[in-house]
Structures are given as structure tokens and as C-alpha cells.
Ligand binder design. Structure first.
Ligand code: PGA
Length: 246
């Protein structure tokens, strides 16, 4: 059985006063589904004091463990601040910082070395989808961003169509199902049935309380990576509840 995961990505949002949202999620986090919040790195240490059953994660890490990399953060630093997860290869990082699949693979290896679970993100643009290239793009990103050595413990995949992030546009359940099935089969082919069938696959992109139930009913959707609707406990708790009920 794959444990369901509701992951909140706060992106570049959150000041110390927002940590009350983490405390308010405690009740929602008592169910079977794992609840994860990825706040900005500045809040990790103080969030860990009130996280309780909620896991914490970073939103990026460098591919090296230390050195002359101004402004970057290492996987060990995230770990020492209370993180057990790190989001890698988010489309906003790919777009804003030119992150390539090879660089994301380096970051993933660094995360594993530090003992973090990497949430590796893949997803097509609207142009990719309209030209029928979705599975090609997702397959290429998956092959290039995910190093050998992935396991159900050290890796979670997140399928996030770029055109669905922060837009309110959500793929049909058939479209989500097609990509999740493709990712599942790719993982099994590459890592074998035992590992490939146990790595969790999240859907991300405009997940809200109002659409969570139908998304969580799709085969091979093991949870969600949620941006905007994770910032307030009042919005995120019903999504966690829908995942627990799925
Ligand atoms: P969104 O973001 O839920 O605001 O669309 C999802 C993400 O980028 O992980």
C-alpha cells in the first residue's frame, strides 16, 4: 500500500505570523494520509517546533553539499532545519532559474545523500499538450531528472502540468489518469515492479477542495502537491480530508 500524501508548497509566501496555519492543520493531520508543508526555508526551524505530525520540506536544494554558491541552500541545511522532504524541479524553478533535467538529477542525488525524500516534478506546457507531445516531454523529464537508485522511501513523483499551475485550469480526470499511468509504467520498467509500483505519484495544479475528490479517485493518484490552496489551513484541511476519504 502506498501511503497517501497531501503536500503543500507555499512557494515564496509566508512570514512568521503565518505559522499559525501549520498549527491549525494538526487536526487534519491525524488521519492516515501524510501531511507535508514546504514553507520558505526561513520558516523551517520555527515551523518544526509546532509541526507535530506534519512533515516539513524545502522547495529546492543545491546539487552540492556546501561551497561557494551564494544564495543557495544545501540538502543538509534543510535537513538540519527540520525538513524530511524537498521539492525538486518544480516548473517555476525550471522556468525562473533555467534548471535542466541533469541539474535536477544532481539535486536529487544531493537530497538522497542528506537523507531527504525528493519530490521530483515533471509536467508539460500548454504548447506541449496542444502539439500532442505530453507523454514525450514527461518521459524525457522523468528519465533525465530521476537518477538511478530511486526507491519508494527516497522519491515521490509529482505530475504538474505547467498550464494548470495557479491558473484554475485543471486537466480532465482522463488526462490526469493517462499521465499517471504512463509515469507508473515508466517507473516499473526502469526500477522493477517492487520499486516502481510503490513510488508515490502526486498530481499538482489548481487542486482545491472543490475538485480534490474527483482527482483523488483517479487511479495512481497518490495525493496532491498543492500551491495556493495550501496557504490557509481552512483551504488545505478539506483537501486532506478528501484524500483521507479517497
Ligand atoms: P497551485 O500550485 O496549486 O497554486 O496551482 C501547484 C504547484 O505549483 O505545486
Amino acid at each position: 500500500m502506498r501511503r497517501k500524501l497531501a503536500a503543500g508548497n507555499w512557494k515564496m509566501n509566508g512570514l512568521p505570523s503565518d505559522l499559525s496555519e501549520v498549527s491549525e492543520l494538526q487536526t487534519a493531520a491525524q488521519g492516515d494520509a501524510e501531511v507535508l508543508i514546504c514553507p520558505p526555508a526561513t520558516l523551517l526551524t520555527s515551523a518544526s517546533a509546532q509541526a507535530g505530525k506534519i512533515a516539513l520540506g524545502g522547495q529546492d536544494c543545491h546539487g552540492e553539499s556546501s561551497g561557494a554558491h551564494t544564495g543557495d541552500i544545501s540538502a543538509d541545511m534543510l535537513k538540519s532545519a527540520g525538513a524530511t522532504y524537498v521539492i525538486l524541479g518544480h516548473s517555476e524553478r525550471r522556468a525562473d532559474h533555467g534548471e535542466t533535467d541533469a541539474r535536477i538529477a544532481d539535486k536529487t542525488r544531493a537530497a538522497w545523500t542528506a537523507g531527504l525524500t525528493a519530490i521530483v516534478c515533471v509536467g508539460e506546457t500548454l504548447d506541449d499538450r496542444e502539439s500532442g507531445a505530453t507523454l514525450d516531454i514527461v518521459g524525457t523529464q522523468l528519465a533525465g531528472s530521476l537518477p538511478d537508485g530511486a526507491s519508494a522511501q527516497n522519491t515521490v513523483l509529482a505530475y504538474e502540468p505547467v498550464w494548470a499551475i495557479g491558473t484554475g485550469k485543471v486537466p480532465t480526470t482522463a488526462q490526469i489518469g493517462e499521465v499517471h499511468d504512463f509515469i507508473r509504467q515508466s517507473l516499473i520498467t526502469r526500477f522493477g515492479n517492487d520499486t516502481g509500483s510503490m513510488i508515490r505519484i502526486l498530481y499538482g495544479g489548481s487542486v482545491k477542495a472543490s475538485n480534490a475528490k474527483e482527482i483523488f479517485a483517479v487511479k495512481d493518484v497518490d495525493g496532491a502537491l498543492v500551491g495556493g490552496a495550501s496557504l490557509k489551513a481552512a483551504d488545505f484541511a478539506p483537501i486532506v480530508a478528501a484524500l483521507n476519504a479517497a
